[in-house]
Structure formats: C-alpha cells, structure tokens
Write a protein that binds this ligand. Structure first.
Ligand code: BG6
Ligand code: MG
Length: 218
C-alpha cells in the first residue's frame, strides 16, 4: 500500500482557536493603549507567540524592556490557557475526525505540525491526541513558519520523504512553509488568501474520501 505523510496544522485547521488568541491579544493590546483589530489578528495566524507580540508592539509604535516583553508573553498565554481549559470535542472543526479516521484506516502516517507551544494540551482537551503518530509543535522548532523546519521534522518523524507529504494549513506563513519543504500544500480557508497553496478548500467537509484516495495513490 502507498504511504504518504499527512501533516496537520492545529490552530484554524483542527480547531478554531484564532478567536481565543484574538481575545487574549486584544486585552493585552488594550492594556498598552494599542488598538488591535480583527484584521490585524488575521496577520498573526501561524505566527509564533514571540513574533506576534513583536508585531503588535510595532503596530502600536511601542518599545518596551525585555523584562516587560517576557512578562507580557506570560500574561497573554495565561489568559489563552484559561480559554483552552474550557475546550472539548465540540470545538473540533467539521469533518476533521472523518478525515483523520479515513487516513488512519488506510494506514497513512499522520502528524501534527503546529507553531503552538500549547498544541499537546489542546489535542488532549478535544480528544484527538491518540490519532497522531507524531506531534511536532512550537516546543520542537527553532525557526518559525514560513520556515519549513516544523514540517521537515514531522516528515522525519513519520519516516516519509518531504515530497511524499501533504500539509493542511490555514495560514499564509504555513502554506509558504509547506511549499518550501516541497510538500503538497492544501489551504483550508479562503482562496483569495491562500492562493499559493496547491489546493484550497473552505473546510474539511469539501474534502472527499475520493480526493484523499487520489492523494494517497498519486
Ligand atoms: C499558531 C497560531 O498556530 O500558533 C498563532 O496560528 C499563535 O496565532 C501560534 O500565535 C503560537 O501559539 P501559542 O499557543 O504557542 O501561543
Ligand atoms: Mg493555523
């Protein structure tokens, strides 16, 4: 049987956590007198915690000390964790379990490839951790997306060559990372945003078992 490596981003692909990141960043920005819009939040998708704070400070034209920077990172994450603590399997995005189960039934290696340092906690909360043969997250990488490092490590852990890997991503940075890793990129979201992905779907309900078979057998 053909084996491909299937790599899933987490935030925005498996669960809609962007809303929680937004709430936590927004409160933090407000405490610094910075206006932070949902549009700006879009630009933080796939971006690491550290880089996100750097961007918010740049948008607000603020300079702070390293100590304050580190304190703010902790503050943001503490609030984010309080939202995650309330998550359960109802928050898994539509048809994600179907796609995962189909791939597993077809004995396809499946990994997570996320920028989040909270990835394991979230997967546990929503009951999907057991589906992943490998989990590569923000704790395992030194270079953030759009660098391909996270996906290359995932491919290695699955023991599948990068060119035989397929990545599901909702962020521009993530699609770029998958493309630089020479993997097949599948954008989950809007075509006008993710146009550089090889395929784009609004969500997993549009991804048929037939399409998955084609990916496996190509
Ligand atoms: C990405 C999210 O998956 O993870 C970003 O799209 C987030 O919004 C990044 O900043 C880091 O996540 P965390 O959980 O480590 O703060
Ligand atoms: Mg994402």
């Amino acid at each position: 049987m053909n084996k491909k490596g299937f790599i899933f981003d987490l935030d925005g692909v498996i669960v809609d956590t962007a809303k929680y990141h937004f709430l936590a960043w927004q409160r933090l920005a407000k405490s610094l007198d910075i206006d932070f819009t949902e549009e700006e939040n879009e630009q933080l998708k796939g971006v690491s915690r550290e880089k996100s704070l750097e961007k918010i400070l740049t948008w607000g034209n603020k300079t702070i000390s390293e100590t304050q920077f580190n304190e703010l990172m902790v503050k943001k994450n503490d609030e984010y964790l309080s939202y995650i603590a309330e998550m359960d399997s109802d928050e898994v995005l539509p048809d994600v379990p179907r796609v995962l189960n189909t791939l597993i039934k077809k004995q396809q290696p499946v990994s997570l490839g996320s920028a989040s340092k909270n990835a394991r906690t979230i997967l546990e909360r929503v009951g999907l951790k057991k589906h992943f043969m490998a989990i590569v997250d923000g704790n395992d990488v030194s270079k953030a997306k759009p660098d391909p490092e996270v996906f290359l490590i995932a491919a290695e852990q699955l023991n599948v060559k990068p060119e035989n890997c397929i990545v599901f991503e909702d962020s521009v940075a993530g699609v770029k990372a998958a493309n630089s890793a020479k993997m097949i990129s599948i954008g989950i979201g809007r075509k006008d945003v993710l146009g550089h992905a090889k395929y784009v779907f609004n969500d997993f309900t549009e991804i048929s078992d037939d399409f998955l078979n084609k990916l496996i057998n190509n």
